[in-house]
Write a protein that binds this ligand. Structure first.
Ligand SMILES: Cc1ncc(C[n+]2csc(CCOP(=O)(O)OP(=O)(O)O)c2C)c(N)n1
Ligand code: SF4
Ligand SMILES: [Mg+2]
Length: 279
């Protein structure tokens, strides 16, 4: 497990919920390796924010994107080389504010990737603006009278957008989170994992520990999943929805891999001429 760490100095605040996500992912990778997914085939992307520092601390190949566009980078990497397994780290603002469209479309296309949403309900790195997941009434530097907006419900949002694996974990339950990450990476399709992650300058661990609960059973159907996501509160953990649907890159070109089955320039030009009815 230690070798998944880099030598970069960790600058998260003491007690930051990101440590739990970092541990869970480092627990999950050896399990995935045992199950046949080698770490050389795992690629990560990260956005901008405290969550994204995981990119510097985790010894995996990857790509740093900005403002939620790391999700379109993830889509591109998967389409270019479908043999790779993509883990897409995002903050709640990176993914559900700045990059909302990218998140929604990756889910709609059922892109085969695992999307880990570090939900601290705040723009943490930029010192505490309210985010699309901040609770109504939450007071912060940009909302001194309390936020006027209702937050998104990430579970129902992603189920409706087309995600085929939708779950919520908590950085304070590393065993549960590790298990969800393993299942999410092994799932073929868009796996969305929201992780409740306290940012300690803005929220207390107690707020979470006092309220977390676990789903008693996994909803079986789409409508049951939507109903459960709407009825349960934001501290309910577990598997909200899981289904099978064809993934984007297979719809696009079946089992073809443009990297490993690369064709020569001449062959490519011949195909283009044929499509354009040119001699
Ligand atoms: C290039 C660039 N653009 C914008 C910013 C400002 N910025 C930093 S983090 C961030 C979003 C952080 O919110 P979130 O995605 O929730 O991540 P968190 O810090 O909470 O983990 C923004 C807009 C920046 N630091 N650099
Ligand atoms: S501000 Fe919040 S998210 Fe950022 S390092 Fe500190 S505790 Fe973690
Ligand atoms: Mg955030």
């Amino acid at each position: 497990m230690e070798d998944l760490k880099t030598s970069a100095e960790i600058t998260w605040c003491p007690g930051c919920g990101n440590f739990g996500i970092f541990t869970a992912i480092r627990n999950a990778i050896p399990i995935l390796e045992k199950n046949g997914i080698s770490r050389e085939k795992i690629v990560m992307t990260a956005g901008i924010g405290c969550h994204a520092k995981i990119f510097d601390y985790l010894n995996l190949s990857g790509f740093y994107g900005l403002h939620g566009r790391n999700t379109s980078n993830s889509e591109g990497i998967k389409i270019a080389n479908p043999d790779l397994n993509i883990i897409n780290f995002s903050g709640d603002a990176n993914g559900l504010a700045e990059g909302l469209a990218h998140t929604m479309f990756a889910a709609k296309r059922n892109q085969d990737m695992t999307y880990i949403l570090h939900n601290n309900s705040v723009y943490a790195l930029t010192t505490g603006q309210f985010s699309p997941l901040a609770e109504k009434g939450w007071k912060g530097p940009s909302t001194p009278r309390g936020s006027y907006e209702e937050p998104f419900n990430p579970m129902s949002l992603m189920i409706e957008a087309g995600a085929t694996f939708v779950a919520r974990g908590f950085s304070g339950d590393i065993k549960h989170l590790t298990d969800i990450i393993v299942q999410g990476v092994e799932h073929e399709g868009f796996s969305f994992i929201e992780v409740l992650q306290p940012a300690v300058p803005y929220h207390k661990w107690r707020e979470y520990r006092d309220r977390v609960e676990y789903l008693e059973k996994e909803p079986k159907t789409y409508f049951e999943a939507i109903k459960t996501a709407k009825e349960k509160h934001k501290f309910t953990l577990g598997m909200f929805y899981r289904t099978q649907r064809s993934v984007y890159h297979k719809e696009l070109y079946g089992d073809h891999n443009p990297i490993t089955q690369r064709i020569t320039r001449e062959e490519r030009l011949k195909k283009i001429r044929a499509i354009l009815f040119l001699k």
